[in-house]
Ligand binder design. Sequence first.
Ligand code: 2P0
Length: 335
Amino acid sequence: MKIVTAVAPVNIAVIKYWGKRDETLILPINDSISCTLATDFMCAKTTIMASPTFTDNKFWLNNEEVDFNNKRLNNCLTEVKKRASPKCADLLNWKIHICSENNFPTAAGLASSAAGYACLVSTLAALYEVEGDISSIARRGSGSACRSIHGGFVWWQKGVQPGGEDSVAVQIAPASHWPEMRMIILVVSDDQKKYSSTSGMKTSVETSELLKYRSEMVVPKRVKEMVEAIKTRNFENFARITMQDSNQFHAVCLDTYPPCFYMNDVSRSVVELVHSYNKYKGATKVAYTCDAGPNVCLYLLEESIDEVVTLINDVFPSSVGPSEYFRGLPVNIKN
Ligand code: 2P0
């Protein structure tokens, strides 16, 4: 028998992925950019055991057995097996038991599927000794998962090939390139989100004219500016583009018919607080970004951490959300 374990962290996009041009291959309509968190906080951990004595494939997620007959899981497994090392020929015929867990709320808009599938594919790749880039395999599990394969600042290039061979994630720079960069995750609610990202973005593609404009006219320019801001460590530009892109993503959600509401009053008051703080400082010191849920991620530099954490804790009493997170544990970026 053979046992392998891997961990993969969450990533938080600063240029959002929203919309597919191919639902089966999970090919996006635009490029996206994110930062991957350090692994010790908000990560998925997966252990896989393969044995010639197992009679069935089995999968446990957060200590509950779930159906192995899941399309995305099986797509990932098939793709990994295609690239298995010749040394693993026997192993390919053995059944596997997968055990995966997240150390943060699942499906609360905290990129749990990104960490989950990145971790699943990394563990499968270790099991079958796959070499080379595995981001295009993780993409088949969940689009955003391809970005969690790398640490630091990561760019998912949408690619042009119909089969998706060039729809891969690449590292723009490791975390050490900008060691002062930090995130604060504000868990406004750990409830499961109302509409899944998968169905929300499908409806957006079908109904939102703003999304078409965004993917064709806005994102390509923004991606270039963001890569430049990261390469030159220009926080002012990094923060402005991050906030503008979050706002446009939520505008697309509102332009979707019927609309998807992800942010709530608490998220919006964090947004207002960030703008007031930046105005008071006379410079852009903090950026907010919200995904498909009400939680807010702040990007800021180490020099601002103490003041911003104090401010958040003063303005939002711990009763607003699970205090351990809401009090704003600064998170490092993974190398
Ligand atoms: C992102 N999100 O770039 C954006 C921002 C949510 C809002 O990637 O259908 O869970 O599995 O490919 O990866 C959520 O999308 O969707 C997402 P699927 P996924 O982080």
